[in-house]
Design a protein around this ligand. Structure first.
Ligand code: CA
Length: 202
């Protein structure tokens, strides 16, 4: 009896050992699988990032190519390209047109740029014409800002014959005049003038 009892205990112990071993190997398999999952997720995330980077590069190249096309059609001065639009539009419509093309209304920031813009306007739009430039005092009367809302440093108002800007709250948008040799005037924003868009060269 004692022998059979000992055999039974041994058998039970063996069964328990086998069960524990099986559970251990299942656990190891599970751990390996979850490790695999983590690695797979990491690879997918890396690939996603790489694809995003490539898409960004492609978009940048597209922008550069579009800009080069504009610069070929237009005129380059320093780090800007100018492109003329002869059809007269209100200030807002003109700026919307420029933004739709990826630019802004031309904004001369120094005497050289103003001279270049004036000469280009004479040649492409007409020497007696007047164009919108990207400056306004819509938000605060007398505080002229560029299209980004920053105060304008360089100014070229006509002050020899008239005293520009002289329109007060009635005239909040700026133009560059061909007749006045590239000097600036304030005008009603709803007036319709031709314009030149400006694109930053990257
Ligand atoms: Ca004003």
């Amino acid at each position: 009896m004692a022998f059979r009892g000992a055999c039974l205990i041994l058998c039970i112990l063996s069964l328990v050992q086998i069960t524990v071993q099986q559970s251990n190997s299942k656990l190891k398999l599970k751990q390996a699988n979850s490790k695999k999952d983590v690695v797979t997720m990491q690879i997918i995330e890396d690939m996603k990032k790489q694809i995003n980077d490539i898409l960004q590069d492609v978009n940048l190249l597209k922008e550069q190519q579009a800009l080069q096309t504009i610069c070929l059609k237009g005129f380059k001065v320093h780090n800007k390209c100018f492109l003329p639009f002869s059809q007269a539009k209100s200030y807002h419509e003109a700026n919307n047109e420029c933004m739709a093309q990826g630019g802004i209304l031309s904004t001369p920031e120094n005497g050289d740029e103003n001279d270049a813009l004036y000469e280009y306007m004479r040649k492409k739009i007409g020497s007696e014409k007047e164009i919108w430039i990207g400056m306004n005092d819509m938000a605060t009367e007398g505080r002229w800002v560029d299209m980004a809302g920053s105060s304008v440093g360089y100014k070229n108002w006509e002050t020899e014959i008239t005293t520009q800007p002289d329109g007060g709250k009635q005239e909040n948008c700026a133009s560059l005049s061909g007749v006045a040799n590239g000097k600036w005037f304030d005008k009603k924003c709803k007036n319709e003038l031709p314009f030149i868009c400006q694109f930053a060269i990257v």
